[in-house]
Ligand binder design. Structure first.
Ligand code: FES
Length: 151
């Protein structure tokens, strides 16, 4: 793919596939946004680097399967974020259920995720173009950097 064509399609080159596989987790700044690229069980994922809850560094989080969804566990307060969509999962009881059985629920999409594509052994990230506010947006940009420093 030509360089012009890539940028016209919003694709940002982030590294060679082999290198990103070996690294497993890679940090990149794209258009002023700090992104974590994860390689896990044969698949690449990309999401905002700082946890929506209080700016925790997700690159140090463990990955676990929860309710059939792969999640990164934020090392700071253990929130669970799905790799594919950035949904935050939590375990809770439905008080109407007798006796209540703890189950996994979703708080919805809280962490912005981005699209990863491969072309001839090169990996590209396209930033999410979802125009809605997603809570992890708070920790991106200058204002977010100040808040992260305080957190
Ligand atoms: Fe991630 Fe609190 S900062 S769980």
């Amino acid at each position: 793919m030509e360089e012009n064509e890539q940028s016209a399609r919003g694709l940002h080159f982030v590294g060679k596939k082999d290198e990103l596989i070996e690294a497993k987790r890679s940090f990149r700044s794209i258009e002023d946004r700090d992104i974590l690229i994860i390689y896990h069980q044969g698949v690449f994922y990309a999401m905002d680097s700082y946890c929506y809850h209080a700016g925790g560094m997700l690159n140090n989080g463990d990955i676990e399967e929860i309710n059939s969804k792969l999640c990164i566990i934020c090392p700071k307060h253990k929130y669970k974020l799905t790799l594919a969509k950035g949904e935050c999962l939590y375990k809770g009881n439905n008080p109407k259920e007798k006796p209540p059985v703890p189950r996994w629920y979703s708080k919805g999409v809280k962490q912005r995720t981005h699209t990863v594509t491969e072309n001839n052994g090169e990996i590209y990230v396209k930033l999410s173009d979802n125009p809605n506010w997603i809570e992890s947006d708070y920790y991106q940009g200058e204002k977010g950097k100040i808040e992260r420093a305080k957190a």
